[in-house]
Design a protein around this ligand. Structure first.
Ligand code: PLP
Length: 464
């Protein structure tokens, strides 16, 4: 029969525990979505917390297996890149897994302080500080170090930054340096603005750190904007990075951490295929191979996965409010939310997410365009990562059609803004958290109701 379920089954190997169709309704990560819609309504932002811990454990397992296989004499440490999602329940879940933190802004330091007060971290937790830092950010970092966070390691984005710590930190401290990567062909610039140039690192070390009793260089960092991919580009950048580590390690005995940044991919298409095991294995064997050539000890490996930590825990659920046929070919499904404001990656960088109907999987299907509720003509979504068109179940006027965007847990609120002023004053959606109770059963709770008109008008100066 030509129904939506068969279409998907014939197009994909639709056999993933993340997406299960039961009784012609979708379950995401084991959570039946329709009952949540009935309870909380739409638009609905969903976070399925257990997925965060599952992914962290998966990465730990992958790296530790590769370390064992290659008799690699270093360890693996998982840091979470807070800018992917700053929500307290995300940070809390992340830190249940013996993980560490990577910060990128002044206010992140307050999140670290808060996590410490709550007992989620202790003073041995690694706090890696990245980003271009204004004085306030450096001050926050220095205060952490001065107050006993013994593994707080500022990572220099430029050479000037070090003067701040020399001035503000009142004891010997550890330092990291970020190396600037060359970008993939096709990017508008050749070398990233973030980090120090390769050729400056050794002279900088000799000039400013080697004989400086207050500073020890502990970590080298790089972040490859294209992510950890099996491409000649990624492997050659990694190789170049490890070579620099080894040259520096020859003259710098305190250097012992190689931070390879973020970039583990997540499922953003039902056709996604990525060999995590192969990639981890290759990373470890590449690093070991280069270190052997230089006869230097292998480094401990740190990562700062953002998307991988939190991306697959999130969904955004909408109702289709109206079907509009604007010409013979183009049928619009208008949703009760906005792609521009709630899923800004779809608009700003043409990002595709997994998009599926929640109900009506037994219905026939048609090709559609998805329209957001703002009056901006660019507030639309019209293709999937595997196909140049969108297909959704047909439904009759008066019936309900719900749709979901999945694995959207990273960066969407950080980029779109949360609880502020949005295009056409579209409110931040109701947000529900799913986690497990003591018996391992899934349960849901409301984190925050839909943003009110009051909160926006107040921000805009109408009252209070
Ligand atoms: C320095 C640094 N580390 C880690 C990350 C996280 O990257 P991802 O979300 O791809 O894992 C980013 C993302 O921009 C970054 O800039």
């Amino acid at each position: 029969m030509r129904n939506y379920l068969n279409l998907i089954k014939h197009t994909f190997d639709f056999d993933t525990p993340d997406f299960v169709v039961d009784n012609l309704e979708l379950h995401y990560q084991g959570v039946p979505i329709l009952p949540l819609i009935k309870q909380f309504g739409t638009p609905l932002r969903l976070t399925v917390l257990p997925r965060i811990s599952d992914n962290i454990q998966k990465a730990n397992q992958l790296f530790n297996d590769a370390i064992k296989k290659h008799n690699y004499e270093g360890t693996y440490t998982y840091c979470y890149c807070t800018k992917s999602s700053h929500f307290s329940f995300v940070i809390e879940e992340v830190l249940k897994n013996n993980t560490h933190i990577e910060t990128s802004s002044t206010f992140d330091i307050d999140i670290v302080r808060n996590a410490y007060q709550k007992g989620w971290i202790d003073k041995k937790t690694y706090i890696l500080n990245n980003g271009f830092k204004r004085t306030e950010y450096c001050k926050g970092v220095a205060e952490l170090i001065n107050s006993g966070f013994e593994n707080c390691i500022p990572i220099l984005d430029n050479m000037e930054e070090m003067k701040n710590y020399e001035k503000m930190v009142d004891k010997p401290f550890q330092l990291g340096i970020r190396l600037s990567t060359d970008e993939e062909p096709g990017v508008d610039f050749y070398t990233s603005r973030l980090g120090l140039r390769y050729k400056d690192v050794v002279p900088f070390y000799k000039d400013r750190i080697e004989n400086n009793p207050k500073v020890s260089l502990k970590l080298l960092h790089f972040f490859n904007n294209s992510g950890i991919k099996d491409t000649v580009y990624f492997w050659s950048e990694l190789d170049r990075f490890v070579h620099k580590y080894c040259q520096l390690r020859k003259i710098c005995p305190t250097l012992e951490i190689l931070d390879i940044g973020g970039g583990f991919p997540i499922k953003q298409s039902l056709a996604f295929s990525y060999d995590y095991e192969y990639m981890t294995d290759e990373i470890i064997s590449t690093i070991k191979g280069v270190c052997e050539k230089y006869e230097v000890p292998v480094p401990h490996i740190f990562t700062e996965f953002g998307s991988f930590t939190v991306g697959e825990s999130g969904a955004m659920i909408y109702s289709v409010l109206e079907q509009k046929k604007q010409n013979d070919k183009e049928l619009w499904y208008i949703i009760d939310g906005s792609l521009i404001t709630q899923l800004p990656d779809t608009w700003g960088m043409n990002q595709k997410f997994i998009m599926l109907p929640i109900n009506n999987w037994g219905n026939e299907f048609n090709q559609i365009l998805l329209g957001g509720i703002t009056c901006d003509s660019m507030d639309y979504y019209n293709s999937e990562s595997h196909a140049s068109k969108l297909t959704m179940p047909k439904f009759k006027k008066g019936a309900k059609q719900y749709i979901g965007f999945f694995n959207i847990g990273a960066y969407q609120e950080s980029l779109g803004g949360y609880g502020g002023i949005q295009h056409c004053l579209v409110p931040a959606p109701r947000h529900v958290i799913v986690d497990r109770d003591a018996n391992g059963n899934l349960r849901s709770r409301l984190f925050r109701d839909e943003q009110s008109s009051n909160s926006m008008l107040k921000l805009l100066g109408y009252y209070g």
